[in-house]
Design a protein around this ligand. Sequence first.
Ligand SMILES: Cc1cc2nc3c(=O)[nH]c(=O)nc-3n(C[C@H](O)[C@H](O)[C@H](O)COP(=O)(O)OP(=O)(O)OC[C@H]3O[C@@H](n4cnc5c(N)ncnc54)[C@H](O)[C@@H]3O)c2cc1C
Length: 480
Amino acid sequence: MMNHLAIVGGGIAGLASAYYAHKKAASLDIPLKISLLEADSYWGGKIITKRVNGFVIEGGPDTFIVTKPWGVQLCKDLGISHRLKGTNPHQKNTYILHNNKLLPLPDGLFMMIPTNIASMLRTGLLSWSAKLRMGMDFFIPPMSEIGEESMGDFVTRRLGRQAYERMVEPLMSGIYAGDGDKLSLQATFPYLRDLEIKHGGLVKGALAARRSRAANGRKPAPGSRSLFLTLKTGLAEIVEALVAELEDAQVDLSLNTPVVDIRQENEGYTLLLQDGQEINTFGLILAVPSYTAGDLVAELTPNLAQELKAIEYVTTATVSLAFRKEDLVRPLDGYGYVIPRKEGRLALACTWTSTKFPHRAPEENVLLRVFIGRAGQEAHIDWDEAELLSIARNELRLTLGISAEPLQTHVFLWEKAMPQYNVGHVSRLSRIESELDNLPGLALAGNGYTGIGIPDCIHSGELAVERILKKDTRTVLFTN
Ligand SMILES: Cc1cc2nc3c(=O)[nH]c(=O)nc-3n(C[C@H](O)[C@H](O)[C@H](O)COP(=O)(O)OP(=O)(O)OC[C@H]3O[C@@H](n4cnc5c(N)ncnc54)[C@H](O)[C@@H]3O)c2cc1C
C-alpha cells in the first residue's frame, strides 16, 4: 500500500515518530495510514512505571532534562504539562563515594565543570596537588584541531586525571554507564569542547556560560524551576497519553508484533513479521536499538547494517527497594550518590528516590534505587534477579548501613540498553547518513545515534518524520 508508513519499535522514539507523523500528514493533507509495530507486550520500551501501594517505581528512566526542549514540548502538545513535577528543591545534595565514604559534590559545578573556587579548595574529594592541577586549566592553551577525543583524555588534559576520575567520570557514568576513556567527547558532551575553543579553558568557559544563562533569565518550565522533570505518577504518563492520542488518530497499533526482516520492493519496503504476514509501505522508521536495525537491514544494505551493528550497547539493571523510615541509619538528605569506577563497586549509583521526588513513596517509607552495571564490567555480574538484588542490598549495607529487610523490591534488567557513543561515533554517523541517502523513505530514530535522553529520543522521532514526509511526498505518493 503506497500511502502506508510503518514504524518499528514502540519505545518513546517510535511513539513520538507515530505522533509527529500523524500531525505532519494532517498538516500536508496526506491521507496516510500509519502502523506502529512493537515486539513486546507493552508500549514505552525502557519507560516502565509500576504503581504499587502508594509507591511510584520507575524501572528505567525516572526524569528528563528541561534544557533540551522536546520533552516539555511533547508534554504540552499532549495536554499533560500541568502534571509535570520538578525535583525536591529543599534537599539538593548529591554525594560522591570516595574511599568508601560519601562526600558532598562540591558546590558550583556547572555542566560538570567547577565554577566555585572556594568550594573546590574546601572539598576533601581531591588532593591539593590535584586542585593545583585543576587551576592549570586557566593557563593551558586550547588544543587546535584534534578530531574525536575521548571524554577521559579531554578532561584529563584540561583538569588533570584525579579531577576526571573522582568528579567528572562518576557524573558522566551516571548518564551513559560508559567508559569515559572510550566515550567520544564530540558525541556525548560537545559543548565542553566548544567552551575550550571559545573561552580558552573549561573553567573560564563554564563561568561565562553560567553568567550568560543567569543574564538571559531562562524561563522555568511549567510548574517548576527544576532542571529535571517527571510526571506525577511516573514517566509512563507520557506513554499513556501518546497511546491514547494515537488510538484517537486511528493509528494502527500492534503489540507482540516483532518485525523479522525488511526488503526493498516497488520503490518501497516490505516488512516481514514473525507470524509470516507482510506489510508493504512507502516509508519506514526503524525506532529500535541500532543493532536490531542492523539485523533488519542486513540483506537490504550490508554496509549500513555493519555500521549500525558496530555501535556498542551496555547491559544495566535497576533495583528499587522500599524501607520503613526507622530502618535508616543516616538521613537521606539529597538526591543520592554516584560511584567512581575507581571505587571498584558493581553498583554505579544510588538514587534516594523518595527524597528526590517525595511524592513517590508514602510518608512513613523511603524508596531507594540502585543502578548496576557499567561498560567493561558486564562479565563480572551474573545478571539474574537474585544476584542483582544481592548486589543492591550489599551496596546499601556498605554505604548507608541499611541492613533491614526491604518492604518491597523491584528488579529491572536492561539487556544491551545503553548505547556507547565511543570515539569514532561522529564519523560513523556521517557514514550512516550517506548510506541512508541511497534509501529514500527509510529513517532511523531512537537512542543509538544523537542522544540517549528522553528529549533526544523524542526529537529523533520528529526528525525521522521530517526526513520522510516532505512537501513533495503527496506528489510522490499519488503519482505512484
Ligand atoms: C536504567 C535506565 C535509566 C535511564 N534513565 C534515564 C533518565 O533518567 N532520563 C533520561 O532522559 N533517559 C534515561 N535513560 C535513557 C532512556 O530511557 C532511553 O534512551 C530511551 O527510553 C530509549 O528510547 P527508544 O525509543 O530509543 O528505545 P527503547 O525504549 O529501547 O524502544 C525500542 C523498542 O523497540 C522494540 N523492538 C525491538 N526489536 C523489535 C522488532 N524486531 N520489532 C518490533 N519492535 C522491536 C523494543 O521492544 C522496544 O520497545 C535511561 C535508560 C535506562 C536503561
